[in-house]
Design a protein around this ligand. Structure first.
Ligand SMILES: [Zn+2]
Length: 258
């Protein structure tokens, strides 16, 4: 069934992005555009609505490249800088549209308030600063965005609780190391699953490639895409060739329809 969702991978890289500044690693020196990865984020669009999941340090460039003219909200997975550091660049949207809705766990809001205090200032706010409309995300409580029900999925990034989001047939999970059975039930039947696959070697807070493939086999979506990729995973072309059918590496600016 056509759900009318359009998903654009704005960034598919891990925290430093690819290439890493100053690195001479062959993947960082690759000329394949699919080996250039900005910090991880997706744009989820339907009808007139545009939502982004996370707002990392490459947000401005991602909005320009994809010519995003209107932003209906930012859903945060967690507070780490590679997912939040671009929030100041919501300013052009704020100037045109007013307060920009953000959706985040209360711990994430607390962290944003500390790091971007001027955005949340109530008195004597600097006139050029953006403002946001805070919506708290809680486990077990669905969100309604642009007439659609969105289900937060609680997953573990080592010991940190992180949210993924399910929009009907589309589920986006990043920075995952484990998912408990109860949360797993919330994503059964998803058609397209996006999940992190950092590298070949194990990592304390991310799925490596083997764990990501095992997770896909458990969820059994029609199609899966891997994201939050380190240069240590290898060249896009080679890794892509090694993957099972209907499992792909995402790459920046890839667009899928659900
Ligand atoms: Zn991350």
């Amino acid at each position: 069934m056509e759900e009318g969702l359009k998903v654009t991978f704005l960034g598919t890289g891990t925290s430093q992005g690819i290439p890493i500044i100053g690195s001479t690693h062959p993947v960082c020196l690759s000329n394949d555009p699919r080996d250039k990865r900005l910090r991880v984020s997706v744009l989820v669009s339907w009808g007139e609505f545009n939502f982004v999941i996370d707002c990392g340090p490459d947000f401005r460039q991602q909005m320009l490249t994809n010519q995003v003219r209107r932003l209906d909200g930012v859903l945060f997975t967690h507070e780490h800088s590679d997912h939040t550091a671009g929030i100041d660049d919501i300013r052009p949207f704020f100037f045109r549209q007013g307060d920009i809705p953000i959706y985040a766990h209360k711990r994430v809001v607390k962290s944003l308030k500390k790091r971007f205090d001027y955005i949340f200032e109530e008195k004597d706010k600097y006139p050029g600063a953006p403002s946001v409309d805070i919506n708290l995300v809680e486990t077990g409580k669905t969100l309604e965005l642009g007439g659609r029900i969105v289900t937060p999925i609680e997953v573990m990034h080592n010991r940190l609780k992180v949210f993924g989001y399910r929009f009907g047939g589309f589920t986006y999970l990043t920075d995952v190391k484990s998912v408990d059975e109860k949360e797993l039930e919330k994503i059964t039947g998803t058609k397209v699953l996006v999940v992190n696959a950092l590298r070949i070697e194990p990592h304390h807070s991310h799925f490596n490639l083997e764990e990501a493939i095992a997770f896909v086999n458990k969820v059994k979506p029609e199609k899966a895409y891997f994201t939050h990729i380190s240069h240590l995973l290898g060249f896009h072309e080679e890794v892509e060739r090694s993957l099972p059918n209907d499992v792909h590496l995402a790459y920046d600016n890839l667009t899928i329809q659900i």
